[in-house]
Ligand binder design. Structure first.
Ligand code: NAD
Ligand code: NA
Length: 396
């Protein structure tokens, strides 16, 4: 069928298999253009199908010749209905890995469940023996707890006070005030259950106990800090409490991994347009101002540039891994540059519907958003019939 973007709120209901393939191939080309990394050889990526997780899988495979197992939760195609983009991304990744002679298999299911953890361990035992890197890159609004069975829902709310500030509807370009009422204590606990570190620790515990972690194995999860303007809804809001928990969990996992000489890290990454971040109020306006400034400065990066730099300049340098005073890897260094932040803060004050296309990179935001779903790529014939029914061979 001919596939066009169909928007509903913060999501796009359709995705384009050829465009998603193009997105993956572009990222592979980028990683190859940067040269080989003396990196991991057997990698498990949890949250491997989009955003930072996909970029981690691509960087491992095409930067370091690694065998990869990817875990994700994506919708398969049905007659007349496209798959979710992460499905087509993973299909394209596996095809490219296969062509390059690299092992790649994927598991599509709920990573929070015991069952998917067991399936993953079985697959590692059968095919790879042991792994040397685990990337934890889940972003989800819900988690069913594997022990209690409770379905926890995360919320994006401020803590304590009502928050009012500007936001942009990036589809229409309209800048307006948004008011978000503060969360309840239960909201905080639920958000920590979903996006905190418990599931990461459960994964690492299961992998360690199964004997499928190589000596010196490393694990990395992703976090975000960001600017003052987003603090009430992000770092000091409910999601920030979950990120605090995730960051604290790294130390606990490092203690647990001591017997194999392993280590857990959190990497603080840059703000980027992903399915997860588009749904957070205020963040799209911040990102559109930030993009404008960083592009002008020549320091703008997407997920693949961020992760390629994380691997080559932080994790696998043959030296020690640089961390901040809280033990975190910082690859958000260019975003958090005080000069950049000063400029964003100034532009923020004056941002309106009328001037945003001039002072911000709304076009860049929109284009990145379409790209997430495989739309807007050069070299893809969107007027042509596309086969939405393509499937990932051997998907578990
Ligand atoms: P994303 O939405 O692009 O990717 C989420 C991944 O998780 C997908 O592969 C999805 O299939 C998978 N997933 C979701 N629920 C699942 C489940 N139940 N079982 C298995 N897989 C599941 O998100 P992203 O923006 O790449 O976020 C990844 C991490 O990076 C998050 O921790 C996020 O907070 C962090 N981060 C994001 C930004 C940003 O600006 N986007 C910045 C810094 C850090
Ligand atoms: Na991801």
């Amino acid at each position: 069928m001919i596939i066009e973007p169909r928007m509903r709120g913060f999501i796009c209901l359709t995705s384009h298999p050829k465009g998603c393939e193009k997105n993956v191939l572009n990222q592979i080309d980028y990683v190859k253009s940067k040269g080989a990394i003396d990196g991991p050889k057997k990698v498990l990526v949890i949250g491997a199908s989009t955003g930072f997780g996909l970029a981690s899988r691509i960087t491992s495979a095409f930067g370091s010749d690694a065998a990869t197992i990817g875990v994700f939760f994506e919708k398969a195609p049905a007659e007349g209905k496209t798959a979710s983009p992460g499905y087509y991304n993973s299909l394209a990744f596996e095809a490219a890995a296969g062509k390059a002679g690299l092992y790649a298999k994927s598991i599509n299911g709920d990573a929070f469940s015991n069952e998917v953890k067991e399936q993953t361990i079985d697959l590692i035992k059968a095919d790879l023996g042991q792994i040397d890197l685990v990337i934890y890159s889940l972003a989800s609004p819900v988690r069913q707890h594997p022990v209690s069975g409770v379905l926890h829902r995360s919320v994006l709310k401020p803590i304590g006070d009502t928050f009012t500030d500007k936001t942009v509807d990036f589809h229409t370009g309209i800048v307006s005030d948004v008011t978000i009422t503060p969360c309840s204590d239960e909201d905080i606990a639920n958000t920590v259950e979903v996006m905190g570190g418990e599931d990461w620790a459960m994964w690492m515990d299961a992998l360690l106990n199964a004997g499928v972690l190589a000596d010196g194995a490393m694990t990395v999860a992703y976090s975000y800090i960001g600017p003052k303007v987003t603090e009430p809804v992000y770092r000091k809001g409910t999601i920030g409490m979950a990120k605090d928990h995730l960051e604290a969990t790294a130390f606990k996992i490092t203690d647990d991994l001591a017997k194999i000489g392993g280590k857990a890290f959190v990497s603080v990454n840059k703000a980027l347009v992903t399915q997860a971040s588009s749904a957070i109020p205020v963040i799209p306006l911040y990102i559109s101002l930030l993009y404008k400034i960083m592009k002008a400065e020549g320091t703008h990066e997407g997920c693949i540039e961020q992760i390629q730099r994380l691997f080559s300049a932080r994790l696998y340098t043959n030296g020690s891994i640089p961390v901040d005073e809280k033990g975190r890897i910082r690859i958000d260094d260019w975003e958090m540059n005080p000069e950049v932040q000063k400029e964003v803060a100034e532009l923020w004050k004056g941002a309106t519907t009328e001037n945003l296309t001039a002072i911000g990179d709304l076009a860049g935001y929109k284009s990145d958003f379409l790209n997430l779903f495989g739309f807007g790529f050069d070299g893809v014939d969107y007027a042509a019939e596309a086969n939405e029914m393509v499937e990932i061979p051997g998907l578990i």
